[in-house]
Design a protein around this ligand. Structure first.
Ligand SMILES: Cc1cc2nc3c(=O)[nH]c(=O)nc-3n(C[C@H](O)[C@H](O)[C@H](O)COP(=O)(O)OP(=O)(O)OC[C@H]3O[C@@H](n4cnc5c(N)ncnc54)[C@H](O)[C@@H]3O)c2cc1C
Length: 427
């Protein structure tokens, strides 16, 4: 099942190897300390460094160790929940604003990559989303037809009879094409973003976990194994890796494993058959599968939630392969070259949150869809720290709630996922 050069690490690290650890000495004093060096933390740092604030980004592991160099590279507006659901819960104006900012996060990312000249295969390739039942196909069309004009985006339905024009599979009951959705190479995006952040004057240090943060007058003392740093402002950008150093946040995010495999290079004709328009692809199941071709259009990169907390790719790879073959039996001879996982952060309301707690800034909770949102929210957090009064977002206005007795260990995940799997089978 595996290639001879199989690696239990992200395929993206081949083109964008993770930076070597450095033994950099930490400064005694700094204006801004940022915890987490993924898209959120680096976008925050870019804003604060360019505003002239001395900026230090710390990561517990190699820089970009978290989701930001592990994801599927699929970029979409990313706000979960249908418009009627959001409207019922938050009112019409807020629902519209939530969807608007989701759409804006895509244009933000596109404009950022272009203006910073980051070479990461950004492409508005569009998405095909397969309907897992005829009922869902009809319901999707109906719900898209009733979207208010303020948040309308292009889409069209593809009936099952035409499905092969979009995907080399008969698994679905038709689907929807969203031509605006995009793809990028997540590792190279992170690499380019890191380079710009360092050029802007920020310092980024890996293998340096923040163990504790305490208030110190108007500022903070940030404790790490390499010493204590006195800082004026702190930003938390730890998303699905949020730990005990920030207990209030840990009680508000639910870490869930997401798993991916990449195949060896495929025959060009086979790859073109699987994805004729080279779109990003996913489906309507709540326990979703997401997949695409690699930027060179030769490998299948296939992801999904085949476990909850499992961190050993040797366990998740065979399960993912089995799911991949249900969609694409043509891949039965394709060997797996890479297998990896990462922890995304869900929230109880399935929305991202940007805000302040005890004087510390935070941005997190992208619910598995943060390639666009993390940069958007991180940039917003950086602008807020730098004193930009226009840095406002609806993601700061919604209460960031937890649940009684939840301390960061999601004991309820297994029954919830079992319920959603059953629901997927029945709808
Ligand atoms: C397998 C997988 C597939 C995905 N696919 C997609 C996709 O196709 N499209 C999409 O939109 N989203 C996708 N996502 C989600 C997306 O990648 C994330 O939402 C986004 O990268 C989050 O960025 P971040 O910077 O907030 O967090 P991360 O990139 O996870 O960074 C958080 C960092 O914080 C560090 N950290 C934690 N605690 C400490 C501490 N105490 N001290 C110092 N550092 C600390 C961690 O080491 C980590 O590097 C996927 C995620 C995974 C795991």
């Amino acid at each position: 099942m595996y290639t001879d050069d199989y690696k239990a690490e992200p395929f993206w690290w081949k083109a964008a190897p993770r930076p070597e650890p450095s033994d950099e000495v930490l400064p005694d004093h700094i204006d801004v300390a940022i915890v987490g060096a993924g898209y959120t933390g680096l976008h925050t740092a870019l804003q604060t460094a360019r505003a002239g604030l001395s900026t230090l980004v710390l990561d517990a592991d190699v820089l970009g160790f978290g989701c930001s160099s592990r994801n599927g590279g699929q970029v979409s507006p990313s706000i979960k929940g249908s418009f009627p659901h959001l409207e019922k819960r938050y009112g019409r104006a807020t629902a519209i604003q939530l969807l608007r900012e989701g759409i804006e996060s895509m244009s933000f990312t596109e404009a950022f990559i272009a203006s910073e000249n980051i070479d990461c295969n950004w492409e508005r390739c569009g998405r095909f989303s397969g309907a897992h039942s005829p009922k869902i196909y009809e319901a999707t069309a109906k719900s898209l037809e009733t979207l208010p004009s303020e948040v309308a985006f292009p889409w069209h339905m593809v009936p099952r009879s035409d499905q092969r024009s979009e995907i080399g599979s008969d698994f679905y009951h038709g689907g929807t094409v969203y031509p605006d959705h995009a793809a990028l190479d997540p590792g190279r995006y992170h690499q380019g973003l890191l380079a710009r952040t360092i050029e802007a004057g920020a310092t980024a240090v890996g293998d340096c976990a923040v163990e504790r943060i305490e208030r110190n007058g108007n500022g903070f003392r940030v404790h790490t194994p390499r010493g204590v740093v006195n800082v004026r402002q702190v930003a938390i950008a730890t998303n699905g890796y949020t730990g005990s150093a920030t207990g209030w946040l840990r009680r508000r995010v639910i870490p869930i494993g997401s798993y991916i495999i990449a195949t060896e290079p495929l025959d060009e004709d086979l790859a073109a058959e699987l994805s004729p328009h080279n779109r990003v692809m996913s489906d309507s199941r709540k326990v979703v599968f997401y997949y695409r071709l690699s930027p060179d259009r030769r490998r299948m990169v296939f992801g999904g939630r085949v476990a909850l907390k499992e961190t050993d790719p040797a366990v998740s790879a065979p399960r993912l392969r089995e799911e991949m073959l249900k969609l694409f039996p043509q891949l039965s001879d394709a060997r797996i070259s890479h297998s990896w996982m990462g922890f995304v952060a869900y929230t109880f309301d399935e929305l991202p949150h940007v805000g302040e707690i005890d004087g510390m800034h935070f941005a997190m909770g992208y619910c598995g869809s943060g390639v666009g949102l993390a940069g958007y929210c991180g940039s917003l957090m950086g602008r807020k720290i730098a004193g930009d009064k226009d840095a406002r977002s609806v993601f700061s206005e919604i209460n960031f709630s937890t649940r009684p007795l939840y301390s960061g260990n999601p004991w309820f995940l297994a029954p919830s996922i079992a319920y959603y799997k059953l629901k997927d089978r029945l709808t």
